[in-house]
Design a protein around this ligand. Sequence first.
Ligand SMILES: C[S@@+](CC[C@H](N)C(=O)[O-])C[C@H]1O[C@@H](n2cnc3c(N)ncnc32)[C@H](O)[C@@H]1O
Length: 249
Amino acid sequence: MAWLRSALQWLVELLVLPVSVLRYAGLWDPLYKRFFPHLMCSFVADINRKMAKVKKELFDELPAFAAATPAATPPPLSVLEVGCGTGANFPFYPWGCKVTCLDPNPNFERFLHRSIADSGHVELERFVLGSAEDMQQVASGSMDAVVCTLVLCSVRDIDLALSEILRVLRPGGGFFFIEHVAAVKTGWLHFFQHVVQPAWRYFGDGCSLTCDTEAHLEKAKFSKLNLKYFMEPMAFRLINDHVVGYGVK
Ligand SMILES: C[S@@+](CC[C@H](N)C(=O)[O-])C[C@H]1O[C@@H](n2cnc3c(N)ncnc32)[C@H](O)[C@@H]1O
């Protein structure tokens, strides 16, 4: 079956040749990065509806990660959302938390402000233009929680991103994630994930369908890792398989 997969992959490569040419000419990324926030915006309501239970259960754990302090009025929970996109997770965050949003695509910023205004209960600390692999603009040990949803699939070096996440978390802080992952290796879905990948990376803004994100999470130096698999029928079946959970620094 390996030969069939390679042959089909080549066919897909051929079909997206015009896009590859545009990309190597430096024209694709600037254009697509303007368009991608609009595309994400059109999917957010559907994703949040389908994932409402998973997101609610996960983010209900956030307040437990507020730093313990003897002060009568403890500081608000500080959250760093990496690859924040349009701010899809804000409705699920606890009241009064302060969110620093980081994304390499500056075109998301105006969508974020809209989501903050709509949520009415979350405070945007600042927007940081940067990538998960290099978060030097965020101080070490400064965050109670870091959140990534549907992001690690687009990150080039997941190990480096996870070490950066551990750096910015305070001791005892939590890394919260929901990520789509590769389907079981023996199934057709896994086969088609590989076949479609050459086109998907362009139209999914660098997203990989075949990530073993769970292996990277298990390898990272979390003192405790709480990870569950779940299936959710998404608009594209290719991204039905997910992991959800949190790791503690
Ligand atoms: C599929 S969107 C998900 C957005 C949002 N987290 C959500 O759940 O709706 C992927 C996001 O990851 C961002 N991204 C891509 N590469 C990244 C990287 N290396 N570091 C951080 N974010 C990245 C993209 O700009 C985009 O905002």
